[in-house]
Design a protein around this ligand. Sequence first.
Ligand SMILES: NC(=O)c1ccc[n+]([C@@H]2O[C@H](COP(=O)([O-])OP(=O)(O)OC[C@H]3O[C@@H](n4cnc5c(N)ncnc54)[C@H](OP(=O)(O)O)[C@@H]3O)[C@@H](O)[C@H]2O)c1
Length: 200
Amino acid sequence: MTLSFNLSAAVVCITGGGSGIGLGLAERFLAAGSTVITTGRRDSALKAATERLPKLHVFQNDAADAAERSKLVAWLIENHPQLNVLIYNAGIMRRLNAASSTTEDWAETQKELAINLEAPIHLMQLLTPHFLKQPEAAFVNLSSGLAFVPPTFAPVCESFPSTHAFIQLLLSEEYTLPPATCLRCEAFFLGWKQEPSNIS
Ligand SMILES: NC(=O)c1ccc[n+]([C@@H]2O[C@H](COP(=O)([O-])OP(=O)(O)OC[C@H]3O[C@@H](n4cnc5c(N)ncnc54)[C@H](OP(=O)(O)O)[C@@H]3O)[C@@H](O)[C@H]2O)c1
C-alpha cells in the first residue's frame, strides 16, 4: 500500500527522529510541506536536529517508558491536534550471543522488548481514538528484514517478527476498525544502512 496523502497537510510524529533514518525521514517530510515532530531521549541530538532543520518540532521522550508514551500522546494531541501520521522508528538492536542473552539481567532484555515491541503497540493503542477523528491517518512502522530471518548475533531480535505479526493482524480482517475511516497501517522493511546520508 502506498501513502497517497496530501503530505503538505500531514502532521507527522517520528519517534527517534533526532538522528539516523528518522532524521532523514523528517527532512523528507519537511521538504514535502508536512509539519514534523520528532522525539528522542537525547537533548543534544534533538538540538542538533533543529539546528539542521529549523522547522522541526521536538519533544524529549523515552519510548521505552509507558508513562512517557502517555505523556507524549497527551502533548501531541494538545499541541498538534491535526496529528495524523505516526512513524514508529525508534528501535535498537543489541549484538549478543545466545548464551549471554539467556544470562543477562532481565531489565536489559526487557528494555529492548519495550522499545521494539511494546512501544509501537502501545502508541497505536493510545493514538487510535484520535486518528479515527482525522479525515485520513496512518501508522507506519519501521521494521526490518530481521523480522523474517532473525539473526543469531542478536537473539532478542524476536521483537521484530512479533511487531510484524501485530501489524499483519491490524491489516487482517480479524482486527476491525470503523469502516468509514481511512486509517492505514504500513510497515517498511529495511535492509542495511551505514550512513544516514545514504537515505533516498
Ligand atoms: N540501520 C539499519 O540498517 C536498519 C535496518 C533495519 C531496520 N532498522 C530500523 O530502523 C529504525 C532506525 O534505525 P537507525 O539505523 O536510524 O537507528 P539509529 O541510528 O540507532 O537511531 C535510532 C534513533 O532512535 C532513538 N531512540 C533509541 N531508543 C529510543 C527510545 N527508547 N526512545 C526514543 N527514541 C529512541 C535514538 O535517539 P536517542 O538515543 O536520543 O533516544 C535515535 O535517534 C530502527 O527501528 C531500526 O531497528 C534499521
